[in-house]
Design a protein around this ligand. Structure first.
Ligand SMILES: Cc1cc2nc3c(=O)[nH]c(=O)nc-3n(C[C@H](O)[C@H](O)[C@H](O)COP(=O)(O)O)c2cc1C
Ligand code: SF4
Ligand code: SF4
Length: 277
């Protein structure tokens, strides 16, 4: 039997995309095929999954980056919008800076509700972490530097090959051993926690050229141009609008959060660079 797979993935800085492509490579051999679908904007993504013809596929995968030890908030909304996937096999994966927390478990709770039988999952893929908390470390969590590397990507192909074998075997059991515990930071990393503990978006109108790139970047359409950017709703708090603004016109005050992070990192033996060097 030719196995037809599809992988839905979300990827802002490209790490999860690389892993998704390699897993697809492992799943595509001989008569077996795997297609890739990228999530980009929440509203469209919800319509996409609602109208998608899942009947054409035998194996359905979902891959995402880890945000705050869990899935980006809006990914849960996309998964909730899935139709019934009763009778289908599935798999889950994520890429992280090294601590994925209970990300895959939180996805599985929803895919279980949809009737998808998860036959495998992988939360060990590492990708360069660009969160602004690490800006004194040159915008990078040191342990994630250089990832995904060649070795990581080979492992992703291998994961895809093993998935193929498992999907073709009618006796493959459901995967149930997921890390389920919330991290100690769970309270801070709730919607409300991030809103209260993390910086507000402050626009410097003298620098802003109204180019719209921040609104384009935002996966949940939380930014509208009127004519300057305005933040109109709760969001993932990925801060990529801030980081990727070509004019550095979005000025978030990270001073105390960065200090806390630097102290934690120092304890781990990392030395921060001097800002701006
Ligand atoms: C907002 C944000 C929060 C993150 N939170 C975590 C985290 O809790 N644990 C972790 O290991 N990595 C974390 N990371 C790192 C990303 O999960 C990692 O770099 C991932 O590979 C990014 O995937 P992408 O390039 O496909 O967007 C975070 C990154 C961002 C931007
Ligand atoms: S990306 Fe920067 S310059 Fe462009 S509209 Fe947004 S804030 Fe303004
Ligand atoms: S931090 Fe910025 S880009 Fe990210 S979800 Fe929020 S508004 Fe959108």
């Amino acid at each position: 039997m030719a196995l037809r797979s599809v992988i839905f993935y979300f990827s802002q800085s490209g790490n999860t995309k690389k892993y998704a492509e390699k897993i697809a490579e492992g799943l595509s051999s001989g008569e077996h095929t795997c297609e890739l679908v990228r999530f980009k904007k929440l509203k469209n993504d919800i319509e996409l999954v609602k109208n998608f013809d899942f009947s054409k596929y035998d194996l359905i995968g979902f891959g995402i980056p880890v945000y705050y030890f869990k899935p980006p908030f809006h990914i849960l909304d996309i998964l909730e919008a899935l139709p019934s996937l009763e009778g289908k096999k599935g798999f889950l994966f994520c890429s992280s800076g090294g601590n994925p927390g209970a990300t895959l478990y939180k996805m599985k709770v929803i895919t279980d509700k949809k009737g998808l039988k998860i036959i495998d999952a992988n939360d060990q893929f590492v990708g360069l972490d660009r969160h602004p908390l690490y800006r004194d470390f040159d915008y990078t969590l040191p342990s994630s530097i250089g990832h995904p590397n060649e070795e990581d990507l080979k492992k992703a192909v291998e994961f895809g090959k093993q998935l193929l074998e498992k999907a073709l075997d009618p006796n493959t059991p459901e995967k149930t051993d997921f890390w389920t515990r919330d991290s100690d930071f769970a309270k801070i990393t709730s919607f409300e926690g991030l809103n209260s503990q993390f910086p507000k978006f402050k626009l410097n109108k003298e620098k802003c050229t109204q180019c719209g790139s921040c609104a384009e970047t935002c996966p949940v359409d939380a930014i509208v141009l009127d004519p300057y950017p305005k933040w109109i709703k709760k969001c993932d708090r990925c801060y990529l609008c801030e980081m990727w603004c070509p004019e550095q016109a979005i000025e978030c005050n990270w001073s105390w959060q960065v200090e806390v992070m630097n102290n934690l990192m120092r304890k781990k033996g990392y030395t921060p660079k001097k800002r701006g060097k």
